[in-house]
Design a protein around this ligand. Structure first.
Ligand SMILES: [Zn+2]
Length: 103
């Protein structure tokens, strides 16, 4: 998985195209991510008990991982992600633009 939660990403498609945001959650099996205050949907909750009101709750809807690009923390550009073996056999992500190790 090239995107992790906590990453800053740029959205390349959909209603928040061009915006950036922080990744809240990643669903690797489905290939989905949710981004903080992006791609918001409103969920309408019915009143559960008598006397209670229904509510509208905004939440960031999952979107396809293909529609986000990682923003490199080193050079600040939206980039593709490569990987590289570090000494000790650990895999690191690298920015394809500036070639720097991301983490
Ligand atoms: Zn970079």
């Amino acid at each position: 998985m090239k995107i992790k939660s906590g990453d800053k990403v740029k959205i390349t498609a959909g209603k928040d195209k061009g915006h950036t945001g922080k990744v809240l959650q990643v669903w690797p099996r489905e290939g989905l991510v949710s981004v903080e205050s992006r791609n918001l949907l409103i969920k309408h909750l019915r009143p559960r008990r008598q006397g209670e009101k229904g509510q509208r709750v905004e939440f960031p809807a999952p979107m396809s991982i293909a529609n986000v690009m990682l923003v490199c923390p080193q050079c600040g550009r939206a980039t593709r992600v490569g990987s590289q073996m570090l000494d000790g056999g650990k895999k690191a992500r690298i920015c394809k633009k500036c070639k720097q190790v991301i983490d």
